[in-house]
Design a binder for this molecule. Structure first.
Ligand code: PLP
Length: 232
């Protein structure tokens, strides 16, 4: 079996196992795997898609556009990295879901870019729950304000939340944070906002995705465990 296919099967298995460890109300909810292909070539992407990957994640627009043009396969495109307002135009052209909206300024730029091509852009809001200065994402206290702003932007559709956990030495330290994210997600879902469809909680990467799934993630972004170490 192809090496990427083998690793993919293993990740899928781990996700299923973690899902079965959830509390009863969450067990039935499926988990979508985003295969993160940054720094891996189009040949690797083809192998993953042929092995069953339906959604890929990229973190840089430039790299994604080149691959988009080269890849003759149909797949969902997810932008998971920080987005600059001057790249909003390209982002709305190529990506089905943007995970990294974290300011009103950026939300407005993406709304405008989506309007220009007659698209309603699906977005997630990236939350920096641990308040790491090195990371993007909005702080918890500012989240309600950003949600209110996004609700007023007709070319955006809010689909949920995203977070990146800190790189703790002991990965178990991520658990309370994922737990809190899930609570915020559920509160948001319960609000029944007329112009939003709150469906996705995007959290978990190679080193912490099983914990994220146990705590209620329904979208995980996994690169290394599928494609191996990235060469920079
Ligand atoms: C690179 C990246 C991932 C995947 O990381 P791995 O450790 O390779 O699984 C997930 N999310 C974001 C935002 C990333 O930039």
């Amino acid at each position: 079996m192809d090496e990427i296919e083998k690793r993919l099967r293993n990740v899928e298995h781990e996700i299923e196992q973690a899902r079965m460890r959830r509390e009863a109300v969450l067990k039935e909810e499926p988990v979508q795997l985003i295969a993160v292909t940054k720094n891996h070539d189009v040949a690797a992407m083809r192998r993953a898609i042929d092995a069953g990957v339906t959604a890929i994640g990229e973190n840089r627009i430039q790299e994604a556009v080149g691959k988009y043009e080269a890849l003759e396969r149909k797949v969902q495109w997810h932008l998971i990295g920080h987005l600059q307002t001057n790249k909003a135009k390209q982002a709305v052209r190529y990506f089905d879901l943007i995970h990294s909206i974290d300011s009103e300024h950026l939300a407005k730029a993406v709304d405008k870019a989506a309007a220009a091509i007659g698209k309603r852009q699906d977005i997630l809001l990236q939350v920096n729950l641990a308040k790491e200065e090195s990371k993007s994402g909005i702080y918890r206290e500012e989240l309600d304000g950003l949600i209110a702003c996004v609700q007023e932007l007709p070319n955006l559709r809010l689909r949920g939340l995203m977070c990146i956990a800190p790189n703790y030495e002991d990965v178990e330290d991520c658990r309370p944070l994922f737990h809190e994210m899930h609570e915020i997600f559920w509160q948001l879902k319960g609000k029944n906002m007329p112009r939003a469809n709150i469906d996705y909680l995007s959290m978990g990467m190679t080193h912490d995705y099983t914990i994220a799934v146990e705590e209620g993630a329904n979208m995980v972004r996994v690169g290394t465990a599928i494609f191996g170490q990235r060469q920079y």
